[in-house]
Design a protein around this ligand. Structure first.
Ligand SMILES: [Zn+2]
Length: 299
């Protein structure tokens, strides 16, 4: 593609990011996306056209509302930039124009879900469900695999919901999570769903780790904290040592693997105990991990 086309793609990406901001704000407020026109979320004053130019407006206004002078969330320029990144990514991964549009749609919906999930644990069922047809279109040459992915993706969390309710009297997943996992399944397909769910779990683990540690300290669960530290160290060792070959290395790796399993068991046991009480150690919005997992698949 020539440079003019790229400039056009970048401009479209920024405008698309601006639209995604509207989707995020309106999903959280429950308003329609077409009306009313854009307004300041703090003073509710209707914005002028030049307040809606991606990135430029934020810089011109120096991050403050033109009317009430209150600060504008940094999320606006961030989402605009992410819209740009999604457009560039979709046209860089060497798929047809038709597939690039599907990729833009899939990633954008996951992005919006990520922001609303993190901010208010709010998931729009419609946005999550719309990813499924886009996933089917993207995998139209292997549609059976995509359908299997969507089905297994929905059944797995439903199983967890059932077990959680039956044995722990706890809500494990919400309806939104079921739709999102089904959506991921439709994108990655049934054959790769397990792998990308494991990636999503690992990403989720890294994302909630800081919050989890803070909560463990707050609840004075020092023992669990020790398990967690040993677990992370053994995981890191396993990752580093997977290519090392020296006499007896296999024995060492097996020992570390068993240690990791043991501490994973200990951590899960503590987590279940915490789930039985009301002191849930970390809020776990699922959408960001699914967004990153989906991105890894498309790479
Ligand atoms: Zn204002």
């Amino acid at each position: 593609m020539n440079s003019i086309t790229w400039i056009f793609i970048c401009l479209m990406g920024l405008c698309w990011g601006s639209f995604l901001n509207v989707l995020i704000v309106r999903t959280l407020s429950g308003e329609s996306i077409v009306s009313p026109p854009s307004k300041c979320p703090k003073c509710e004053h209707q914005l002028y056209w030049w307040h809606n130019i991606p990135i430029v407006s934020f810089m011109l206004l120096q991050g403050k509302c033109y009317f009430c002078n209150k600060s504008i969330s940094i999320r606006y320029p961030i989402v605009e930039c992410l819209g740009l990144v999604i457009f560039i990514f979709a046209f860089l991964i060497n798929v047809s124009f038709f597939d690039a549009v599907a990729v833009i749609f899939i990633l954008s919906m996951f992005l919006v879900l990520s922001f609303t999930d993190v901010k208010e644990q709010k998931i729009s069922s419609l946005q999550a469900l719309l990813i499924i047809p886009a996933g089917l279109v993207f995998n139209r040459y292997d549609i059976f695999n995509s359908l299997t992915g969507a089905m297994v993706g929905a059944i797995l969390p439903l199983l967890f919901i059932y077990i959680g309710k039956k044995f722990f009297n706890k809500t494990t997943f919400g309806a939104g999570d079921v739709y999102m996992l089904s959506a991921l399944g439709s994108v990655v397909g049934g054959d790769k769903l397990c792998l990308f769910l494991i990636y999503a779990l690992l990403i989720q683990f890294v994302l909630i780790l800081p919050n989890y540690v803070v909560n463990l300290i707050r609840l004075n669960k020092i023992e669990t904290l020790k398990y967690l530290i040993i677990f992370i160290i053994t995981c890191l060792f396993l990752y580093v040592s997977r290519n090392i070959s020296f006499m007896g290395s296999n024995v060492v790796i097996v020992c570390f693997f068993l240690t990791m399993l043991y501490f994973a068991y200990k951590l899960t046991k503590d987590m279940v105990l915490l789930l039985k009480t009301d002191e849930t150690p970390a809020k776990c919005p699922l959408a960001p991990a699914l967004f990153i997992s989906c991105l890894l698949f498309l790479c």
